[in-house]
Structures are given as structure tokens and as C-alpha cells.
Ligand binder design. Structure first.
Ligand SMILES: Nc1nc(=O)c2c([nH]1)NC[C@@H]1CN(c3ccc(C(=O)N[C@@H](CCC(=O)O)C(=O)O)cc3)CN21
Ligand SMILES: CC(C)C(=O)C(=O)O
Ligand SMILES: [Mg+2]
Length: 276
């Protein structure tokens, strides 16, 4: 058996090679259970810092910590076998310098077993993306609507809906592409801009609220399952888990109240005493 045979995961270079090919199917996952359900149906699982909003009820992703990302990254790696696991770097863990980013990113890769990291920012993060990729850290970039900048942007607002705003976003796309990102998340941009970014980059684009022309798509799993209470405009619900869960809990509650649960098959009988 070759040493390679033990590596069954999809790798960052394999995702990179998908540019212009079959669309790359990706979702977020925060836990072992959701990771294991989705693992063989998607190519890539992102442990998004959106977990702060979705799992913890925070208003933004700003308070999310490296410890939170590492804990859920470990869970997703344990729950999956085949998908490439990418962990979002949280606000404050990578922006100050390439050296600080390297320290935070290698901590994530070592402690979780994930195959890559993602960080937000274009031109301003290009030097860091080059520094990391040159030193063995595969980086997924994230441009357009970058939620960690919500405090300076003044809200989660779609970008590039006026053509005069395109140039800085196109410059971001070029910068992260040339810096060696293996793929680029393009979030919350006008549809023609999402298409244009996809046309000018060598790395595959993963759209969320961007364009069907992107090389792949991502959604927050809880959003598309219909589990999240409020969702952005770009979400399509492919399920209605909230209703499904409520139905199950109503069934349980009524049977507990009627004393019809637990039934005999859910209880332990006494051991039979051997005849004397
Ligand atoms: N559940 C969830 N889904 C996400 O996709 C997601 C998160 N949380 N948290 C992290 C970021 C934040 N994201 C967001 C959050 C809100 C809007 C939003 O409310 N947008 C409005 C206004 C758009 C505008 O004015 O331009 C919308 O109507 O979609 C968009 C993206 C995307 N990410
Ligand atoms: C929505 C994706 C791209 C993300 O960054 C997250 O889930 O945090
Ligand atoms: Mg994120």
C-alpha cells in the first residue's frame, strides 16, 4: 500500500483545479452530526464563524474567538471523512500581521486537522495570503460583503450594486488570486460583478449571494435547511427543519402528558428469576 492511500480527503489543490469545471458544492458545518450527514454530498465543509450568530445567538461574528473555531473545527473533522474541511479565521486573529496570521492559522490546522483556513479581506490581506501559502497554509479568501467589517461598513450590505463601486472589489479579487488563494468566497455582490470576478480569476469562486456563474456555491447549512429564524435575502430554503422539529416536540409533549410515552418497549422489565 502506498503512503498516499491513507489520504482520502479532497485537498485544497483539487478544489483549485476545479476552476471552470463542474460546480463545487459546499456548505457550512459546525458539528460532528451535521458534518457526517453532508460529508459525501458536498466537496467542502466550511466551519464558518457564522456559528457565533447561528449557534450562539450573537448579533455579529465580531465576538467569535479562536477557541470557539478550534472546538467546532475538531467536531467537523471528526464527523467527516471525505470533504475538505476549511476553518474560518475569527476577527482579530489574523489581521495585524502575516506573522500573527501564521501563528493563528497553524494553531487551527494543528489542533483541528482541517485542510485549509479562510480569511476575510482583499488587497489588504494579499501580503498575508502570500506569506501563509508560501509556508504551507492553504488559504481560501473571502471578498465582497465581509461580515467581520460590519462595524466599519455599518451593516451587512450588498456590495457593488453601483458600477462605480466595482473597481476596488475587482482589485480585491485580483490581489487574493495573485497571492495564491486556492479559492475565493464572493459574498453579497451584484450578480454581474460576481460573474465578472469569476471570469478574471484563476482560483475558483464560491458564491453566496453572488452569481450562478461562480465556480461553486456555499450557504449556511442551517439556513438552507430552514432551521435559522431569520435569513439573508440570498438564502433559498430547501427544507423546513423548524416545522419538522416542532412537530416532533409536539408529539413527544402530548405523549408525555397522556402518559403514553414511555411505552413498554422503551422501559426495562425485571429480569426473569430462574425456576427452582
Ligand atoms: N445565518 C447566517 N447566514 C449567513 O449567510 C451569514 C450569517 N448567518 N452570519 C455571518 C454572515 C453574515 N451574513 C449576512 C447577514 C445578514 C445579511 C442581510 O441581512 N442582508 C440584508 C440587507 C442587504 C442590503 O441591504 O444590501 C438582506 O436583505 O439580505 C446578509 C448577510 C452572511 N453570513
Ligand atoms: C457564509 C460563509 C461564507 C462564512 O463565511 C461563514 O459561514 O462564516
Ligand atoms: Mg465567515
Amino acid at each position: 500500500m502506498s503512503v498516499q492511500a491513507t489520504i482520502r480527503r479532497i485537498t485544497a489543490p483539487e478544489i483549485r483545479a476545479r476552476k471552470g469545471g463542474e460546480p463545487i458544492v459546499t456548505l457550512t458545518a459546525y458539528h460532528a452530526h451535521t458534518a457526517s450527514v453532508a460529508d459525501d454530498l458536498v466537496e467542502l465543509l466550511l466551519v464558518g464563524d457564522s456559528l457565533g450568530m447561528v449557534m450562539h445567538g450573537l448579533e455579529t461574528t465580531v465576538p467569535v474567538t479562536l477557541e470557539m473555531m478550534i472546538l467546532q473545527g475538531q467536531a467537523v473533522v471528526r464527523g467527516s471523512k471525505r470533504a475538505l474541511v476549511v476553518v474560518d479565521m475569527p476577527f482579530g486573529s489574523y489581521e495585524a500581521s502575516p506573522a500573527e496570521a501564521f501563528k493563528s492559522c497553524t494553531r487551527v490546522l494543528k489542533e483541528t486537522g482541517a485542510g485549509a483556513v479562510k480569511l476575510e479581506g482583499g488587497v489588504r490581506m494579499a501580503e498575508t495570503i502570500r506569506f501563509l501559502t508560501d509556508r504551507g497554509v492553504p488559504v481560501m479568501a473571502h471578498i465582497g460583503l465581509t461580515p467581520q467589517s460590519v462595524l466599519t461598513l455599518g451593516g451587512f450590505k450588498a456590495q457593488g450594486r453601483d458600477e462605480k463601486d466595482w473597481e476596488p472589489i475587482l482589485a480585491d479579487a485580483r490581489a487574493v488570486d495573485e497571492a495564491g488563494a486556492f479559492s475565493i468566497v464572493v459574498e453579497g455582490v451584484a450578480e454581474p460583478l460576481g460573474k465578472k470576478i469569476t471570469e478574471i480569476t484563476k482560483a475558483p469562486t464560491i458564491g453566496i449571494g453572488a452569481s450562478a456563474a461562480c465556480d461553486g456555491q456555499i450557504l449556511v447549512m442551517e439556513d438552507m435547511l430552514g432551521l435559522t429564524e431569520r435569513v439573508p435575502k440570498f438564502v433559498k430554503k430547501y427544507g423546513s427543519l423548524r416545522d419538522h422539529i416542532r412537530g416532533a416536540i409536539e408529539g413527544y409533549a402530548s405523549e408525555v402528558r397522556a402518559r403514553s410515552f414511555p411505552a413498554p418497549e422503551h422501559t426495562y422489565a425485571m429480569k426473569k428469576i430462574a425456576a427452582e
